[in-house]
Design a protein around this ligand. Structure first.
Ligand code: F6P
Length: 329
């Protein structure tokens, strides 16, 4: 741990990048923990863009009342490309200094953490990151807030589609979010009894996909559900549909679940971990941590250096794929 002698008298909390269910629970936890410790708390609205605009407001105990259970983020969020520039970060540091803000808590994903790391390195501002993204793809932590809720939302939707797919003996390609990560796709696939999962960053194995669909039909299955990890850009399912139709004369329907997966009431797991991480973040700042992330590993929260959480977590898809295929016969 890098120690500091400077006591934290005030801190600011912000959300950045794509919102994820549970961010509000984390904001509430940061605000309440800090006030309980006698620390003045500010909310930065609209992510790094809001920071640059000075959109910073003092928060009290009741400013976070009744938000624990709400999706989205009361602080709003943004993807701020400008923050990649050192001069812009310098401006951000000046704004924080003018407001007498000693430390930051940033709730977000890889991009948000990269901005936080640069701000810390260039201006020595103590910063704690709380991993928040539905993609569950941040290096250094096995879990990111919002993943469980997104999976549950997608599972509910796929269950509904299964009903109508069975009634009509249809096959569906259902595309889920996650960008280059396949975590949502795999967990949704396993929990909905999908016949097949198309992983992100993998060539589609059409022979296998077609064999699985036709084998299912031959053994009397009334529907096929294929979960597609969206990859870099949403819409891959339409290409797969074309290929299945043109090359194999298999007709499939497409459903892209999209942003429905990002909203909604956080599950118990997301509320619990977000509350725990918010508390841990403030206590870490008081304990002298300078640039760490409240990671969740091996069933517990631990402080992991921010620089270890800047990349994407390496995905191990083999065991989950094996489980899915074993059960989809
Ligand atoms: O990173 C979270 C995420 O929801 C991804 O799963 C998705 O690809 C992306 O954000 C969508 O971003 P936007 O809301 O900016 O279109």
């Amino acid at each position: 741990m890098e120690a500091t002698n400077r006591a934290i008298k005030s801190l600011a909390v912000m959300c950045s990048g794509g919102d994820s269910p549970g961010m509000n629970s984390a904001v509430r936890s940061v605000v309440r923990t800090a006030i309980g410790l006698g620390i003045e708390v500010f909310g930065i609205y609209h992510g790094y863009s809001g920071l640059l605009e000075g959109n910073i407001h003092k928060m009290g105990l009741s400013s976070v009342s009744n938000i624990l259970q709400r999706g989205g983020t009361i602080l709003d969020t943004s993807r701020c490309l400008e923050f990649h520039t050192p001069e812009i970060r310098q401006e951000a540091a000046h704004i924080l200094a003018r407001k007498h803000i000693d430390a930051l808590v940033v709730i977000g994903g890889n991009g948000s953490f990269a901005g936080a790391m640069a701000l810390h390195q260039e201006h020595q501002i103590p910063i704690i990151g709380i991993p928040g993204t539905i993609d569950n793809d941040i290096a250094g932590t096995e879990y990111t807030i919002g993943f469980n809720t997104a999976v549950q939302t997608a599972v509910n939707a796929v269950d509904n589609i299964r009903d109508t797919a069975s009634a009509h003996s249809r096959s569906f390609l259902i595309e889920v979010m996650g960008r280059t990560a396949s975590s949502i796709a795999l967990q949704v696939g396993i929990c909905t009894g999908a016949e097949y999962v198309v992983l992100s960053n993998h060539e589609v194995d059409y022979e296998q996909l077609v064999a699985d669909i036709t084998h299912g039909v031959a053994r009397g299955k009334t529907s096929s559900i294929i979960i597609v990890a969206e990859g870099e850009k949403s819409g891959l399912s339409y290409q797969i549909k074309e290929e299945l139709s043109n090359r194999y004369q298999i007709d499939v329907h497409v459903c892209i679940l999209g942003h429905i997966q990002r909203g909604g009431r956080p599950t118990v797991l997301d509320r619990y971990l977000a509350s725990s991480m918010g508390y841990a973040a403030v206590n870490a700042l008081c304990g002298g941590y300078q640039s760490h992330v409240t990671a969740f590993n091996k069933g517990a929260i631990e402080m992991v250096p921010l620089e270890r959480c800047l990349g994407k977590r390496e995905e191990i898809t083999g065991p989950e794929m094996e489980l899915l295929r074993a059960l989809a016969i």
